[in-house]
Write a protein of this length. Structure first.
Length: 175
């Protein structure tokens, strides 16, 4: 049910479990609960901190393009002590469009003062893939995450099984 932002997630959950007449009230309650402890019961995938440090130390400018609300995103990054790796973070409530709309990704690239040819989207679902392809950006997809379509439906530039493999994948893309 995860993906496309919290309104879509709530709609899917309600469709699976019942209905609520006041969707906006239910969404506000969901966000109140979630934003109180967004990293609770979560953990980083193996190798994330080390890989982010390697990327930053190699000169990469890192940004986040997420449909997750901004406040929750920043809280999660802070809880895992990785916020300092990112120069641009654009949550789904920060601009009027969200992935798969390419303008969401393009806004992050712009905030990084980068060009499309310098950018690579690293994602884990079809929205990341669609935003990158529509923006003309190279795309690396993780085989784990929130993919809701069969992997053979997507043709990223590289598929990865391990977050720690990202630096090597980026080296292959730019060589």
């Amino acid at each position: 049910m995860i993906g496309d932002g919290t309104p879509a997630m709530l709609e899917r959950a309600l469709a699976a479990t019942g209905s609520i007449t006041d969707f906006n009230r239910a969404h506000r309650k969901l966000m109140q609960i979630y934003e109180a402890a967004p990293a609770n019961l979560s953990r980083l995938y193996p190798g994330v901190d080390t890989t982010l440090r390697l990327l930053r130390d190699s000169g990469a400018n890192l940004g986040i393009c997420t449909n997750k609300p901004q406040a929750a995103t920043l809280s999660v990054l802070k809880a895992f002590n990785i916020a300092h790796y990112f120069e641009a973070v654009v949550g789904g409530d920060m601009i009027q469009f969200r992935k798969p709309d390419p303008r969401h990704l393009l806004s992050v690239i712009q905030r990084l003062h980068a060009t499309i040819s310098e950018a690579v989207m690293i994602g884990d679902n079809e929205n990341d893939y669609a935003a990158a392809r529509s923006a003309g950006v190279l795309v690396v997809l993780m085989r784990y995450g929130y993919l809701r379509v069969p992997p053979e439906k997507l043709t990223p530039d590289i598929w990865l099984d391990d977050f720690a493999a990202i630096p090597g994948a980026l080296a292959r893309l730019v060589s």
